[in-house]
Design a protein around this ligand. Structure first.
Ligand code: NI
Length: 167
């Protein structure tokens, strides 16, 4: 396994749209393993392949308190979402130090493939629902700060630039 470099906003590569995975093979399983290691090391609760400059539809998530419930979602699609919305505070490994509220459907049903290439469906609510929608946005080239006002986005880009210079 290997730690991967996480792109930081406003890197243009975060806006690339990921391609579907055609075959779930050892290459994809290695990507999943490396992404999981990178997510746990960060530490974070979710990571999309886009964030490590791999533009394929792969997500890893672990919202458990024990950090031992890794879930990989390959080619995820939302097949149902609730009319009820919830406002939840979000953060992102690609936008370090920034947290803000985003409104999303409270519940979603997701269909995806696992590391064996098997298709499964899962009903998500709470943090898992927030996280999967946030990560699926990444696969479409969208970062959560883009839901915020343009004033906030300008401020965040300014902060990120300062952070970059400080490194
Ligand atoms: Ni993120």
């Amino acid at each position: 396994m290997a730690l991967l470099h996480i792109l930081t906003y406003p890197d243009k590569r975060l806006h690339k749209v990921a391609k579907p995975v055609e075959v779930v093979d050892d290459r994809i399983r290695k990507l999943v393993a490396d992404m999981a290691e990178t997510m746990y090391a960060a530490p974070g609760v979710g990571l999309a392949a886009t964030q490590v400059d791999a533009h394929e539809r792969v997500i890893v998530i672990d919202v458990s308190d024990t950090h031992d419930q890794l879930q990989a979602f390959i080619n995820p699609e939302i097949i149902w979402s609730s009319d009820e919305k919830q406002d939840h505070e979000e953060g992102c490994l690609s936008v370090p130090g920034i947290y803000d509220f985003v409104e999303r459907p409270e519940k979603v049903r997701v269909r995806a493939q696992n590391e064996k290439g098997e298709t499964f469906e899962i009903d998500c609510e709470g943090l898992l629902a927030v996280c999967i929608q946030h990560e699926m946005d990444h696969l479409m080239g969208r970062v959560f700060v883009e839901y915020l006002s343009s004033l906030k986005q300008t401020r965040i880009r300014g902060k990120m630039k300062k952070l970059e210079k400080a490194l």
